[in-house]
Design a protein around this ligand. Structure first.
Ligand SMILES: Nc1ncnc2c1ncn2[C@@H]1O[C@H](COP(=O)(O)OP(=O)(O)OP(=O)(O)O)[C@@H](O)[C@H]1O
Ligand SMILES: Cc1ncsc1CCO
Ligand SMILES: [Mg+2]
Length: 267
C-alpha cells in the first residue's frame, strides 16, 4: 500500500476548517482533550447528557466516545450520539478504556461496537483484549507492547471494519489490509494522564476533515502527537512541564513541519 502521505495537508485543512468535534470523554481527560483540539485548530464540545447528546451529534462533524469514567447515565448519552452519527453518516471514534476490567465495561463496549465506529484507538492491552486475546492489562495503563498487539489489531480491523490504532512507544495503525507504524513521541507521554484520550479526540478531528479516509486521518493524528511529543520532550523537565510544553508544541506545529518530521513507515 502506498503510505498515506498527506499528513501535512490534512493538518492545514483541519486548521482551515476547524471542525466541530463532539467529545464524550472521561472526567480525567476533558480539559486536556479540549486544549489538545484547540491547539490543533479544531473546535471541541464536551457534550454527553442523554437528553442532548444525539441532537448535538447532528450538528457536529464527528463524534468521539471514551468509556474511561463510565456510568449508566453516560452510556445512554454514548448510545444516542453514536446512533445519531450513524444515521447522518458521520464518523465516530471509540476509545475502549479498560474495557476488560469489569462486566459493566465489557457489556458497554460490546454494545458500542455494534454501532460501528469508524476508528478504534486504544493501548496494546485494550486492543489485544478487544480482539479476544490474552493481555496483561489491569486498569487504564497498558501492560503489553504494541508489537504484541499488531496481529490482534489486524484481526479486530477485519472483524469490525474499523481502522484500529494501537498506541505506545511505536504506534501501529491498520485497516485490516495494510499496517503503518509511527515512531517518535516521548517516554514522558505515558506519564501524563489522558494523553491517549486526548489523542482519540484528535483522531475524531482528522476523521471529520477526511471522513472517506479514516486510515490517513488516524495516521495524521498519531503523527501530530509523535512530532509534538518529541519537540515537547526537548524542553520539558518532567511530566508536569511536558504536558503544557506539549500543548504549545501542538499549537506551533504546521503542515510542512509535520510532513518533514513525521516518522511513518509501512509495517
Ligand atoms: N514509550 C513511549 N514513547 C513514545 N511515545 C509514547 C510512549 N508511550 C506512549 N506514547 C505516546 O503517547 C500517546 C498516548 O498513547 P498511550 O498508549 O500511552 O495511551 P493510553 O494508554 O490510552 O493513555 P491514557 O489512557 O492515559 O489516555 C500516543 O501518542 C503514543 O504514541
Ligand atoms: C486515570 C483514568 N481513570 C479513568 S479514565 C482515566 C484517564 C486515562 O485513561
Ligand atoms: Mg487509554
Amino acid at each position: 500500500m502506498p503510505l498515506p502521505t498527506s499528513y501535512g495537508n490534512l493538518l492545514d485543512q483541519l486548521r482551515h476548517e476547524s471542525p466541530l468535534v463532539q467529545c464524550i470523554t472521561n472526567y480525567v481527560a476533558m480539559n486536556f482533550a479540549a486544549n489538545t483540539l484547540l491547539a490543533s485548530g479544531a473546535s471541541p464540545a464536551m457534550v454527553h447528557a442523554p437528553e442532548e447528546a444525539g441532537e448535538f451529534a447532528n450538528i457536529a462533524s464527528a463524534v468521539t466516545i471514551n468509556i474511561g469514567t463510565l456510568s449508566s447515565h453516560w452510556l445512554e448519552g454514548m448510545r444516542a450520539a453514536a446512533s445519531a452519527a450513524n444515521e447522518s453518516g458521520k464518523p465516530w471514534v471509540l476509545d475502549p478504556v479498560a474495557h476488560f476490567a469489569t462486566a459493566f465495561r465489557r457489556k458497554a463496549v460490546e454494545e458500542l461496537l455494534a454501532l460501528r465506529p469508524a476508528v478504534i484507538r486504544g493501548n496494546a492491552s485494550e486492543i489485544m483484549a478487544l480482539a479476544g486475546d490474552t493481555s496483561s492489562g489491569r486498569g487504564v495503563d497498558s501492560g503489553d507492547s504494541v508489537e504484541r498487539a499488531e496481529v490482534s489489531a489486524m484481526v479486530l480491523a477485519r472483524r469490525t471494519h474499523a481502522v484500529i490504532a494501537v498506541t505506545g512507544e511505536i504506534d501501529f495503525v491498520t485497516d485490516g489490509q495494510d499496517g503503518v507504524r509511527i515512531a517518535g513521541g516521548s517516554a514522558l507521554m505515558p506519564k501524563v494522564t489522558a494523553m491517549g484520550c486526548a489523542l482519540t479526540c484528535l483522531v475524531g478531528a482528522f476523521v471529520a476533515v477526511t471522513p472517506d479516509s479514516p486510515l490517513a486521518a488516524t495516521v495524521s493524528a498519531l503523527a501530530c502527537f509523535s512530532v509534538a511529543g518529541s519537540q515537547a520532550a526537548q524542553q520539558a523537565s518532567g511530566p508536569g512541564s511536558f504536558a503544557w510544553q506539549f500543548i504549545d508544541a501542538l499549537a506551533r506545529l504546521d503542515g510542512n513541519t509535520l510532513q518533514a518530521q513525521a516518522q511513518v513507515t509501512n509495517a
